[in-house]
Design a protein around this ligand. Structure first.
Ligand code: HDD
Length: 669
């Protein structure tokens, strides 16, 4: 049983009206072998309720996982933003929901996709929702095209395949016909599309928001979540294998880490830009959600830390019923005229009407503000409140004039008197939205060569799944416009001739943003999983297991005991095996340490365990009898360490794990 989830309370089963039930296992029948009686209210109540247990899944972001936590502000934002929850030392309860975009509620976690990163701050001034993604830009510039891009990404309407995949004709048809979608798509094709964990993802508010300081001055900001564990990804092959071996990999990873006390945390940061009249920053239109502002140009300034502390007690009540909305803003934070954001302001309430069955979804326990609510919204489906008073309108004389407006000086929803540009009513984008290629070019050029290899492989995989070859050729040509080498490499991978260089794009000026690469830094390893292959029945193995486990756990790493066949210790004795070689697969571990090879030399599963981990650039360590076998199986390669004892082997592996993978080993499929 989950430690957070107490068992069902109460000693007697009752109906929904509280009447004790004597027998819930047999329906009421005319005789034991006769027809069931309509009068069996308990039967009908039980079946009817069951028949209606499901609600519509989210139209996008249906698959997800959520957790509760706390946000503590540093106070560093207060010079630009008067929101109370950003003041120094203020602690705010939060609920975060991570998600994939395209798949259905039961789809696999590790698919290649954008991840949602939605945070509900229950602040004392009302609820603030930061509804972001793990990618800082979006596919489209105007929300009117959201149904189009989602229709293209979702399964084909005739056969409803593929599930949770962008690797199909309609998605690439859309992308290849929309240069504005190329930037978000190249992020998806990079390692960002297959995170190692929700705990190792960045989050981005994407849009530019307008914040207001105490003195009324305004700034334009972009919100960032920076994971304390660093930004890490799976390899594509790991992601594919996990889709079958553990489709709940990310959900399990989050809840296992919380249960183990490895509490995931992120720093909230803000890029602060002047609220200039043209809303441009260094030539970048801040209203264009397909553009990011390089961190080198506007540093991400830390303003607080989010720590997740516990999973949901009830998944449906909390994770499924949580309702986010970009319009849930607090005093000090306002929207901008970004046309994607403007459309979102409509969509998020609207969708809950269907999904949660009416307009009172903010009364559900997970959505209830922690600030006092005194609205004049009344009645409607599933109304939970028993409102008092007779005059839910303003002004009134019958309820003493209540509720009052907040005075001019009090904190309130921002209605900033921002300037509206002069001009005519049009269906059009500004000219400053027209450059779609500088930033995908910057992204590609800023990646490490290993990361570039992954991008090429991802495009080849995805386009290789397309049936319509005109779509494939069109997208390859688009890639060549982004970068000639990228286009040529993808075309070669697909067996196509290199696309002809496009006039005017042959020597584009490339801006670099080193912050876009995930490589080149060292990170804490807390919450990672290291498999230890050890025969606990061998003499002296107990002490070795204790030593290796202690060394791993000292850094917050979970040690998992993998026992060779026939070495399963008797039940009830220590150590308890987590896996046998039958049940262990390399993708469930971040690194491996081996002490004892299997009794049968050349055991194929053992060779696969180590060979796969080696191919996925994982750190491999060994001591004792394991050392020779390891070197035989994978060779004396970089990131393969043999040590004198368990503690030394563990230390060497942890050192390598701090860089996530042994990148020097080469590329990986
Ligand atoms: Fe959205 C859900 C993030 C554009 C319409 N969106 C949803 C969720 C996330 C995002 C994380 C899941 C929330 C949860 O966990 O419950 N969406 C984004 C980002 C966008 C974006 C970062 C662009 C920067 N979305 C976007 C547009 C529209 C929508 C342009 C419509 C015009 N999004 C929705 C929605 C969803 C949603 C239909 C589905 C379920 C829900 O809202 O509650 O309203």
């Amino acid at each position: 049983m989950h430690p957070e989830a107490p068992s069902q309370q109460g000693d007697r089963l009752t109906t929904s009206t509280g009447v004790p039930v004597r027998d819930t296992d047999h329906s009421l029948k005319a005789t034991p072998r006769g027809p069931t009686l309509l009068q069996d209210h308990h039967l009908r109540e039980k079946i009817t309720h069951f028949d209606h247990e499901r609600i519509p899944e989210r139209v996008v972001h249906a698959r997800g996982a959520g957790a509760h936590g706390t946000f503590e502000a540093y106070g560093t934002a207060s010079s630009v933003c008067r929101a109370a929850f950003l003041a120094a030392g203020v602690e705010t309860p939060v609920f975060v929901r991570f998600s994939t975009v395209l798949g259905s509620r039961g789809s696999a976690d590790t698919v290649r996709d954008t991840r949602g990163f939605a945070t509900k701050f229950y602040t004392e001034e009302g609820t603030f929702d930061l509804v972001g993604n793990n990618i800082p830009v979006f596919f489209i510039q105007d929300g009117i095209k959201f149904p189009d891009v989602i229709h293209a990404g979702k399964p084909h309407p005739d056969r409803e395949i593929p599930q949770a995949q962008s690797a199909h004709d309609t998605f690439w048809d859309f992308v290849s016909l929309h240069t504005e979608a190329q930037h978000h798509t190249i992020w998806n094709m990079s390692d960002r599309g297959i995170p190692r964990s929700y705990r190792t993802m960045e989050g981005f508010g994407v849009h530019t928001f307008r914040v207001v300081a105490e003195d009324g001055t305004t700034s334009l900001v972009k919100f960032h979540w920076k994971p304390d564990l660093g930004v890490h990804s799976l390899t594509w092959e790991e992601a594919q294998l996990l889709g079958g071996i553990d489709p709940d990999f990310h959900r399990r990873d989050l809840y296992d880490a919380l249960a183990a006390g490895a509490l995931p945390s992120w720093e909230l940061g803000m890029q602060v830009m002047p609220d200039a009249e043209d809303q441009l920053f260094e030539g970048i239109d801040l209203l264009d959600p397909t553009k990011l502002v390089p961190e080198e140009w506007a540093p991400v300034q830390p303003v607080g830390r989010l720590t997740l502390e516990r999973g949901p007690r009830n998944f449906f009540a909390e994770v499924e019923q949580v309702a986010f909305h970009v319009g849930h803003l607090v005093p000090g934070i306002d929207v901008t005229d970004d046309p994607l954001l403007q459309t979102r302001l409509f969509s998020y309430v609207d969708t809950q009407l269907t999904r949660l069955g009416g307009p009172n979804f903010n009364q559900l326990p997970i959505n209830r503000p922690h600030a006092p609510v005194n609205d004049m919204l009344r009645d409607g489906f599933h109304q939970q409140d028993v409102h008092t008073g007779v005059a839910p309108y303003r002004p009134n004389s019958l309820d003493g004039g209540c509720p009052m407006h907040v005075g001019a000086d009090g904190p309130a929803l921002e209605d900033l008197a921002t300037a509206i540009p002069a001009g005519h009513r049009v269906r059009a984008n500004p000219i400053s939205f027209e450059d779609h290629l500088t930033q995908p070019r910057m992204f590609w050029a800023s990646l490490d060569p290993v990361e570039q290899d992954h991008v090429v492989e991802a495009y080849c995989f995805e386009l290789g799944k397309c049936l319509d070859q005109t779509i494939v050729a069109r997208q390859a040509a688009q890639l060549a416009v982004i970068d000639t080498e990228l286009g040529a490499r993808v075309a070669a991978g697909l067996g196509l001739p290199a696309p002809e260089p496009t006039e005017g794009d042959s020597a584009p000026e490339v801006v670099l943003s080193p912050a876009l690469s995930q490589l080149g830094r060292r990170w804490p390893v807390a919450g990672r999983r290291v498999g230890v292959v050890l025969d606990p029945t061998r003499r002296g193995a107990d002490a070795e297991w204790d030593a290796v486990r202690a060394a791993l756990e000292a850094d917050g790493v979970t040690a998992l005991l993998v026992v060779p066949d026939g070495a399963l210790p008797p039940q009830g004795t220590e150590p308890v095996a987590d896996h046998t070689l039958h049940t262990a697969r390399s993708v469930e571990f971040d690194a491996l340490v081996v002490a004892d090879p299997p009794a049968v030399a050349g055991d194929a599963r053992y060779a696969r365990l180590l060979g796969e981990a080696h191919r996925h650039l994982k750190a491999l360590g060994a001591w004792g009898a394991g050392a020779e076998e390891l070197l035989t199986l994978v060779g004396d390669d970089v990131g393969v360490v043999t040590a004198a004892d368990p503690a030394e082997a563990a230390a060497a592996v942890l050192d390598l794990l701090a860089e996530h993978r042994v990148w020097a080993r080469g590329t990986v499929a």
